[in-house]
Design a binder for this molecule. Sequence first.
Ligand code: KIV
Length: 520
Amino acid sequence: MTKAKPRNDKIIIFDTTLRDGEQSPGATMTLEEKILVADVLDQMGVDVIEAGFAMASDGDFEAVKAIAARTKKAVVCSLARCKPDDIARAGEAVKPAKRGRIHTFISTSDIHLKYQFKLTRAEVLEIITNMVKLAKKYTDDVEWSAMDATRSDLLYLTKAVEAAIKAGATTINLPDTVGYATPDDIRMMFTYVMGHAKGAEKAVFSFHGQNDLGLATANTLAAIRAGARQAEVTINGIGERAGNTALEEVVMALKTRQDSYGVSCGVKSEFIMRASKLVSGITGFTVQNNKAIVGANAFAHESGIHQDGMLKNRNTYEIMTPESVGLGKSDLVMGKHSGRAAFRDKLKELGFNLGDNAFEDAFNRFKQLADKKKKIYDDDIMALVDDRAGRAEEERVRLHALDVHCGTKGAQIATVTLLVDGKKLVLTEHGDGPVDATFKAIRGLVPHEARLALYQVNAVTEGIDAQAEVAVRLATKKGILINGNGADTDTLVASALAYIAALNKLLNYQERIVPERSGV
Ligand code: KIV
């Protein structure tokens, strides 16, 4: 019996966002989008980028080839079935890479062999040998995957692994293709195969987990515990059906629990949010608020007890810092669970220094408001505390007219006419789309430093005559957030109205600030 030892304590991060991730229904990416993602993956220190399945389409082939040609550090890989044409196509696609890999696969489970491939076990062993040997003609770096490994007979799986290693495979991947296994199964499978397959010590063992039972990350960590040294992952966990193991979860688990796993990986975790936002923006797959590491609430604390602890020492309720994944500081969300400590801290941040009675009064009003409103923003608190609270906002800026040119032909142009303190001002601007042109024109007419932090459109009624409701959030240099809403049957008019509503609030606050609060 050969005992495969993990070669070292570095975990190879193999990202398959552009291959398995792209297989998520609806996640198709263009060549340009794939290049954007690949560049970020390379920058963040991912070791292997599976850039696509070269044989799947000409588009996939071109994407793998383009990524292979431009990637600076990572190994660039193409998937290939155990078929000569697939392997040749993958070999050609990764040719321009500094380091190219062919990842070839075939099933080893009886259920797949019998119903899908209609092959015997012996035939599959022969195919593995021949196809891995063929792949070696294109590159030294060959990965072989035993599709449906977790539902395969362990003795047969071990034989298949031996055949692949003997033929020259340098990475052996044992995937949980259908997301069926538990961490105990995974640990047992890796321990057995790595301990019994002849030549196992020559290969790096890898795990690829689907998330059908929500166990993908736990299974990946179990594989690592058993000696696997490559983890196959995707950004935000996108992938077939319920998705794949999420890169951010594995990277942060290894980093945060170094004490337990004792292994490292080369991914610069500070790039995680950037990669997450890029992938969700491109695919349109929004990340759920409570998603580990990259969800909007992952570093947000609302409960009064937690906020109190956080203000005293972040370690009380934070196991990793938001900065370590590329976020700003933690968000103490103001809501009905917030206590006095967080409210006082927020007031300080906004520049208010209230005496005890004024503070109690403001806190009571804040609690009343929090009962009615889910999320309380900075401008709500400013309105609530300000001595002129309750007074209607002065509408210094009004929309008089909006004329937009947009569409497929020609430039995107907006002419905005505003009434600013009663004076009519007109400006025409070009932009990246009609909204950008409109906002540029408003900014040109009423210059301000606050930047656009959110732009969101919701249809409030159904049908083509739907009212569009637009929310705009401006962020001041000091990070104070000011919201504005606008509604109209014309989305562009609603957008302009929302921007102007936020702008009016901004101007009102700038006017009211006392000297120590200047710079809002
Ligand atoms: O899920 C799977 O088994 C795969 C292999 C090709 C690695 O995607």
